[in-house]
Design a protein around this ligand. Structure first.
Ligand code: CIR
Length: 259
């Protein structure tokens, strides 16, 4: 299997003005639309600079969270899987990305339900895919998804997202094939046995949603200690602004589908 970050393509969606009304768990203030758009543009530019072909879909004003394409599908060189997002206001997003996926992937599988799964709960490792149960991904959905992953040739394991953490990958991200950056609540995750788990520095738990793209790890620019920690390990990093998307509970992995 190729490295789980040896991407050549990404699929993003431009934020619509409605994105300022995106879901947030803490009821905090809206993000600033110009700032959100600038963060998205910087992200797309970074992916392109790292060598990926990035397509950016038109904004979807009816779906405030639609810029977070990661949650509605899974994409692999072998094919794509259309998911059933767990938040009721996001369920309709999947149909709006179907044609774009069908145009880019020879195989397009699809969850039929009744369960739900969000792509933010799916962590791809070198030898398997981990699906975290969360408020968005239920066991029925995770089991259906594990079966579809099997059809594409990927082994899947089901894990538990810690309480209070939106998505499994809100709390962890891949540094390299055998190393994971994770919040302390995931330190003893049984699915990480045999891997090295590097914990987020105190106060930088929100930095865990890093995104490895080829040889570089994207990290939020606020997380200076995390970035220093990665640099000290010999990891090439690139800092990106995430202040505005953080208002609506998002991080770096959320804004693209990658394969
Ligand atoms: C949501 O709550 O669905 C969005 N406001 C944030 C989605 C973040 N996506 C992700 O972690 N994969």
């Amino acid at each position: 299997m190729t490295a789980p970050y040896a991407f050549t393509h990404a699929l993003c969606r431009a934020p619509a003005p409605s994105a300022i009304h995106g879901i947030r768990a803490d009821g905090g203030p809206d993000p600033d639309f110009a700032g959100l758009t600038a963060e998205h543009a910087a992200y797309v530019a970074a992916l392109r600079d790292l060598g990926l072909t990035v397509d950016v879909l038109e904004p979807l004003d009816a779906f405030p969270d639609a810029l977070f394409t990661e949650d509605v599908a899974l994409t692999f060189p072998e094919g794509a899987i259309l998911l059933r997002p767990g938040a009721p206001t996001r369920a309709g997003e999947a149909q709006h990305i179907r044609a774009a996926l069908a145009a880019r992937h020879l195989r397009l599988l699809e969850m039929t339900g009744p369960g739900h799964a969000d792509g933010g709960d799916v962590l791809r490792l070198a030898d398997r895919v981990v699906i975290g149960l969360s408020d968005r991904t239920d066991r029925t959905g995770a089991e259906e998804l594990a079966g579809l992953l099997g059809t594409l040739g990927h082994a899947a394991e089901i894990a538990q997202t810690p309480p209070g953490v939106l998505h499994f990958k809100t709390g962890c991200g891949l540094i390299d094939d055998t190393t994971i950056l994770a919040v302390p609540a995931l330190a003893d995750c049984p699915q990480f046995v045999g891997l090295e788990v590097v914990l987020t520095p105190l106060g930088e738990e929100a930095a865990a949603n890093i995104l490895r793209v080829r040889d570089t790890v994207l990290v939020g620019d606020r997380w200076l200690t995390t970035r220093a920690l990665l640099t000290a390990r010999g990891v090439a990093t690139r800092a990106l602004p995430t202040d505005q998307i953080a208002h609506i509970d998002a991080g770096l992995s959320c804004m693209s589908l990658r394969w």
